[in-house]
Design a protein around this ligand. Structure first.
Ligand code: SAH
Length: 411
């Protein structure tokens, strides 16, 4: 019997033995709008048997096909959607084509320096919800934030190796994800060779060591690549305070590219600070100092001691981990930005970032407006930036618009 898929896609899923996730009435609009997360609260029932990690079809309450995705009973994201085409199976060829398209995009964007680092796959923004892949020279770091992707690493990793020729692929877990998704992620080598120490990458001619085994995230904050370069121009000849400096991304770039006069980098992580010092040396720079300290306490101490800077970079960790914590996060952003303004003379430069997806650009602007009012200092926003283009934003999943980097002149 032949079935006309365009006429009766729901029948196709029945024929293929794929379980069907049926939505509650009036819940289908976001999914016709191609949002890839079907939350448990939208689901009415599952018809047929679906185990975690299985392919399922998403149907309206009237049995109309919407999309095809992968089921996970243990996650609040009950189904992650990957295709809206009823005739497209989620098989090996499908994943290989998706991955090849993501890798090709970076090639066309020019991120193909063999010594460079870039994001090859950015989850929802590459229609691969739950998968992040960063390339560090000829090694890959793979992070799965959804069970759908962690169950398919046997297809994904060989496809990535084929597309990039990578020497080794390391797996990295994300904090808290095991519990949210019911997956076990063990950091370590997945295939090929493990590097026998840090990897050395090059970004705008600046060299950095990256620890793929133990560094934060997948090892380096590649999303700030273009912001580090642009920031360096504003930091020219200045005394810079780089708060939350990690391994010295902004600091080293400011000194090497921007010829900043001197840089003080602060981070709570002693490991990151040790690497930051190493990165300064690696680039033959002597005008950088790094200190392991809490940024809030250090900023207060700097104010109290009367020390001042000509520019402050603030690149804190994600303060808002959920929608409920947005207000607390905004208070923390306010506090650190206010202290930064206090450390600057008129004409000082403030480069202030937020990587909390739950904090919108508008919220962040209001926060800065509050800082201006409280301090009585003018804040002119010179540039409102986002991540580098290898971290696209999906127009149908605005949660992928997370990074803000504002360059401001403080009067
Ligand atoms: N600007 C960096 C990335 C910063 S990521 C770069 O370009 O590479 C945020 C950093 O904040 C992390 O390194 C983390 O260790 C640090 N951090 C978190 N809480 C902190 C605190 N209270 N004080 C100082 N550093 C903190």
């Amino acid at each position: 019997m032949s079935i006309d898929l365009s006429q009766s896609p729901a029948l196709d899923s029945q024929a293929a033995g794929v379980a069907r996730v049926v939505l509650k009435p009036k819940k289908s609009k976001p999914f016709f709008g191609r949002h890839p997360w079907v939350l448990d609260s939208a689901v009415d029932r599952v018809e047929g048997h679906a185990s975690d990690g299985d392919v399922v079809d998403l149907l309206t309450e009237k049995d109309k096909f919407i999309a095809r995705g992968i089921f996970n009973s243990r996650s609040r994201i009950r189904v992650r959607l990957y295709t809206w085409n009823p005739g497209e199976p989620l098989d090996g060829d499908f994943w290989r084509a998706r991955l090849a398209a993501a890798v090709e995009l970076r090639r066309t964007l020019g991120y193909d320096n063999p010594q460079g680092a870039c994001r090859l796959v950015f989850s929802e923004a590459d229609h691969l919800s739950g998968l992040i892949v960063d390339r560090y020279a000829n090694y890959l770091a793979v992070q799965t934030t959804g069970l759908a992707m962690s169950r398919r690493l046997d297809v994904i990793v060989p496809a990535l190796v084929a597309a990039t020729g990578a020497r080794g692929v390391m797996l990295r877990g994300e904090r808290g994800i095991g519990q949210q998704e019911g997956i076990e992620v063990t950091d370590g080598l997945y295939s090929g060779e493990a590097p026998d120490g840090p990897i050395f990458i090059e970004e705008h001619g600046v060299r950095y060591a990256v620890d793929l085994a133990q560094g934060q995230k997948t090892g380096f904050y590649v999303d700030q690549r273009e912001n580090r370069r642009v920031a360096a121009d504003y930091l020219r000849g200045r005394r810079v305070l780089d708060m939350f400096c990690y391994t010295g991304g902004f600091s080293v770039c400011a000194s090497k590219l921007g010829h900043a006069k001197e840089v003080l980098g602060i981070d709570t992580s002693a490991k990151a600070i040790a690497m930051a010092r190493g990165n300064a040396q690696l680039n033959g720079l002597a005008n950088l100092h790094f200190e392991a300290a809490d940024a809030f306490e250090k900023a207060d101490a700097l104010i109290a001691s009367g020390r001042r800077f000509d520019a402050v970079v603030l690149d804190p960790p994600k303060f808002a981990r959920s929608r409920q914590s947005v207000n607390d996060a905004l208070m923390a952003y306010h506090r650190i930005n206010r202290t930064a303004v206090d450390l600057l003379p008129p004409g000082g430069i403030l480069i202030t970032c937020s990587c909390s997806g739950h904090v919108s650009r508008e919220d962040f602007l209001y926060m800065l407006s509050g800082v201006s009012q409280r301090t009585g200092r003018s804040i002119q926003i010179l540039e409102q930036r986002g991540p580098a283009p290898d971290h696209p934003v999906s127009a149908t999943c605005l949660e992928s618009d997370y990074l803000k980097c504002f360059i401001c002149r403080v009067g």
